[in-house]
Design a protein. Sequence first.
Length: 390
Amino acid sequence: MRYFTSPYNFIHREDRKVKIYDTTLRDGEQTPGVKFTKEQKVEIARKLDEVGIHEIEAGFPVISPYDEEAVKAVVMERLNARILALCRPKQRDIDAALRSEVEGIIIFIAVSDLHLKYKLKMDLKSAIDMAAWAVEYAKDHGLFVQLTAEDATRTTLDSLFSLYKAAEDHGVDRIGIADTAGCIRPRGMAYLVEQIRKNFNIEMSVHCHNDFGLAVANSLAAYEAGIDAISVTVNGIGERCGNAALEEVVMSLYALYGVDLNFHTEKLRELSLLVSKFSGIPIPVNKAIVGENAFRHESGIHVAAVLKHPFTYEAYDPQIVGQERKLVFGRHSGTESVREKLLSSGLNLSEEDIAEIVKRLKNLPIGHKIIENSELIDFAKKVLEEKYKK
């Protein structure tokens, strides 16, 4: 058994297959201060492809000749993943995507009252006409086309339906819901997806931002409600508070929903470290799935239990995500965990000696680093040498 999660997860179990499309190279790069080189984009794309990601949104080609060149460089890798580019509903955007030779594009436009009035400065009909024209133009040029409603979670259903109907009438392949401001909660997301699904028999995607820390939860709620594709970024990087984290969505689908996407999840930690290195954004030690502390135990009660059976304090085998279990010792360590670790390493010490070692661990100076699993033997020997020299 590779994981042991709650049996309650499988009440009303939903285990449909779903596509994962990664936007690290586009939305992830919109993180303030992040700018990937062309070579870095290619390397990240290769690693995403090794994991098995279905689609890679490689960039926004119209931004600059360099961005167009970088997207084309990813395309030229001839990866298994479908390579997509982001476009506004404008001919020059779509033409830039065509020059970059991507297989498909994501056209985005907002039809919320807020965006129509203050950003686009146009009425609803004009925005819909523009989107419909762009979908038709892109389809006429042989592209896979997704039309995403930006700020969808603050848009009336009537406006969304009008936009999606126009796109459907012009041959769109997939419609998208963007929680652009990250301002919906899971039940609201599920309701929105359900309402759209009732009216459209077409592939749907979701793109969630993390402004309230709900990007992954909202993505999973959308999945439960019938979504077909989920947008993610590695480590959850992206605009403002970021996006739904690839590693969290993929592992939640696998271990909480029983959805095996046949991804090479053992490469997730490696992918995470690569993106952290290139983006300059450190991985929080307590980050789910890929953080340094995800499988690191110090508490005496926890360590003693984990030594007997890892699932006592872990939900899945760390090797699934390219991690390893790490037992550390310090002020929170207990006698039993220290005894068991020393015994498993060939040191059968007296209770008095073990008590002395535990005492020294608990008296480590404030700010002193913890004792790693591999260092405990040396620490114990040093303590005993000092004890018996007296």
